[in-house]
Every structure is written in C-alpha cells, then in structure tokens.
Design a protein around this ligand. Structure first.
Ligand SMILES: *Cc1c(COP(=O)(O)O)cnc(C)c1O
Length: 407
C-alpha cells in the first residue's frame, strides 16, 4: 500500500496536466456528438450487411461521421482494411505512379512503412519497385522537423509529402498540432501542388484539432488504436479530399468500384460506439502515459515525452537500463492484463519489422494498442514504448504492481 500512497502523491502533482487532458477530451467529445447528430445516427445504421454491400446505409453514415469529425470531404472506414499499415498503403499505392516522388519530411517512417516503400532494403511489390522515387528529409539536431532543409531541399514537383505524427518506435517527439501546422505551411510554400499526407496513427483526439483542419490533404490510421475506442474489432480509416479518398478506395477495392462496395460484415455499432467513446478513452491512455512518465522519472529513468511536455500521441517511451529490464517491464504489464495474464513473453521476429520485438498485449482485441500494451524492439537504447489503456484505473493498477516489484 506504500506504493499507492506514492501514486496518490504523484496524482496530486499531475492534477493540472490531467485537467488539460480532460479539456481536450471534452472538446473532441463535442465534435463527435455533433457529427452523430448531424448525420441522424439511428439504430438501423448498426445492421450488418452481406454480399457486395451496395447501398449499405450504416457504412455510408459511419463514413459521413468520420468525414465530419476529422474535417475531410470524404472518408473510407472499413473492417476490410486489415491494419494501419494497410490504410496508409492504400493511400500511397492509390496515389503514386511510376516516376512520382514521395518525400517523408519527418525523417524515416515507421518500420512497416519502410517495407511498403521498399527502402532502404528492396522489397517485392513495394513503391520503389514500382518506380516511385523516395526521399526523406532528416530531422534536425533536436529531432524535430528541419524547416530549413524543407525550404531548401523539398522538390517543388514532389507528388506527395508524408508526415508521421506519432513517434512510432523512435525517440523523436510526436508532432503536436502546432508543429503540423507549421510543417504544412512550409511544404505548401515550397511545393504548392504536393499532396500532404499524414500518418495519423496514435494521434487522433490527443489535441484540439486534427490534421485536416490545419492544412493536410489526407490522413489515415488504424481502428484498433485511438478512434476505435477499444470497441472496434479490426479495421482502418482514410479521410481527406474527395478525389484523394477515391483514389485510395480504387486501390483498396478496384478502379470503378471504390467506396460503393464492401459489406458491413461486423456489427457497425462497434465502430459507432467506439468512436463515441474514443475521446474519453484516448484521454485515459494519455493520463496513464503521464503517470508512468512521472513515476519512472522519479525512479531515475529517462522518459519521452517527459510528464510535463506536450503530447501529440498516446505513446510513452521509458528508457530502461538493459534488455533484461525491458523484458521485466513488459512481463509485468502482461501479467497484470485482463487477458493472457499467464503468457510468458519473449523477443521474436515480426512481419514488417527489422528488429526482433517483445510485445505485451493482454488485450481483448488481438494486438490492440488502444488497450494498455507495450512493445520494445531488441536494440539499444533499451526503451519500452507503452500506449493505451481503456481505463485509467487499469494503468494505475499496473503502475502499483511495477513499483512494488521494481527493485
Ligand atoms: C501503428 C502505426 C502504424 C500502423 O501500424 P499497424 O500495426 O499496421 O496498424 C503506422 N504508423 C505509426 C506511426 C503507427 O504507430
């Protein structure tokens, strides 16, 4: 119980941070509710459909709600999108032709996307294999966007500039909405015709605005992260300018078919109700992240972001001393999860990733990272990346168990 006293004192210290997070959740809850009201969501929208899925009104209403919440002209929200990587891939493959250039302006992208791009290692079926030219603009010395390099080096003829909002498995900070606004301005200034595409994974509802409100053209993400609210059993989304969403849909289904096909095989209630809960659940995850950052700073570890820094995603990196501590941290998280608490964790190779990974995911939805989970690649520095948590209380409980057993 001594640890609970310690956690309570941390919480007194964190009160203002928690209040800021609650205000963001409130603002996003208003956006979501207004979209539900605007689209007259009714219980018949929850019905499953089969076959081609022509005229699936639940699916169409869900996409209209997503368009409004994320401030796009159109959206694609489907259980047939198998992951965030798949949603992003549909955007890249749907929009980029041989000879086009794609530039990542936030340094190297997330592990699985390097495979999709076919960079730095060639990959069958990748963008570079299809003749797309890929380049990246490295981050500056503080691991933030290098605005000067963008102003100097971004080719004005670039077809698409890609930005990753979240830190992913790296120690660079997530981009908050002010960074994203400034980045969009810098890109527009240098290459007015370029498509600004944002990998929005883990960033949804962490701030007062979403990327399409501050200058981006297209965003994509996973439904087993923030916007699924923990209820979506699978899926991904794409939102943005109408003709861009159409091109992504042509890649996802077939040219000419696009968004018109694709039955709601899963009860749509889970997507609607998940989105309804998402601002609150994202706030729970952010509070857990802040609590862990605070407690592990007290224990003498480096944390990214620090508990009092701004957040553009739900990911919390905690840098531990070695491989062994990483394994212990992940195992405690797993052993105090609602599902699979007896699972013994080990490092293993994962499709799409180049390092071996250890993953704690005692989750109801397999691999869901809006549920309390953590991952660590087997490489130095030995950091765990934790994220999610459907309830703050669960995070608090895991924090108790970790502190009790840490030394
Ligand atoms: C999670 C994530 C993705 C996509 O990962 P999936 O596991 O395919 O859903 C892409 N980019 C970032 C930054 C992510 O966090």
């Amino acid at each position: 119980m001594q640890v609970l006293t310690r956690i309570k004192s941390a919480e007194r210290y964190l009160r203002e941070r928690f209040e800021e997070i609650d205000e963001i959740a409130f603002s996003n809850q208003v956006k979501v509710l207004e979209a539900f009201k605007q689209e007259h969501i009714q219980d018949y929208h929850f019905n499953q459909t089969s076959g081609y899925g022509y005229g699936d009104s639940g699916r169409d209403a869900l996409e209209a709600v997503y368009s409004q919440v994320f401030a796009g002209e159109d959206a694609l929200v489907r259980s047939q999108i198998v992951s965030g990587t798949h949603a992003i891939t549909a955007c890249l493959m749907g929009l980029l032709q041989a000879g086009d250039s794609l530039v990542s302006v936030s340094g190297s992208p997330y592990d699985t996307l390097r495979t999709v791009i076919g960079w730095p290692v060639p990959q069958k079926g990748s963008l570079t294999e299809r003749g797309v030219c890929y380049g990246e603009i490295a981050l500056d010395d503080h691991l933030g966007p290098d605005y000067q390099a963008i102003a100097r080096e971004l080719p004005p003829s670039c077809k698409m500039a890609m930005i990753q909002r979240s830190r992913g498995y790296s120690l660079r900070p997530a981009l908050n909405i002010d960074d994203l606004r400034r980045l969009c301005q810098a890109i527009r200034y240098r290459a007015p015709g370029t498509i600004i595409f944002i990998d929005n994974c883990y960033g949804e509802f962490t701030d007062l605005y979403e990327p399409l409100e501050i200058g981006a053209d297209l965003i994509a993400g996973s439904l087993i992260k923030n916007p699924g609210g923990g209820l979506a059993p699978s899926g991904g989304y794409i939102v943005g300018r109408q003709e861009l969403v159409e091109s992504a849909a042509f890649h996802l289904t077939a040219p000419g078919l696009g968004k018109e096909l694709g039955a709601s095989l899963i009860n749509n209630r889970l997507f609607f109700q998940g989105l309804f809960l998402a601002p609150h659940v994202t706030a729970q995850a952010m509070k857990i992240a802040v609590l862990f950052a605070y407690l592990f700073t007290e224990l003498g570890y480096e944390t990214y972001p620090r508990w009092n820094e701004s957040r553009g995603d739900i990911v919390q990196a905690v840098c531990l001393a070695n491989e062994d501590e990483v394994q212990r941290f992940c195992q405690h998280l797993q052993s105090n999860s609602p599902v699979g608490s007896r699972v013994h964790l080990e490092y293993a190779p994962m499709p799409g990733y180049d390092s071996q990974i250890i993953m704690a995911a005692g989750t109801f939805v397999q691999g869901s990272s809006i549920e309390l989970s953590c991952d660590a690649p087997l490489r130095s520095p030995y950091c765990v990346y934790m994220q999610g948590g459907l309830s703050y209380e669960h995070g608090r409980y895991v924090a108790c168990k970790l502190l009790e057993n840490w030394y």
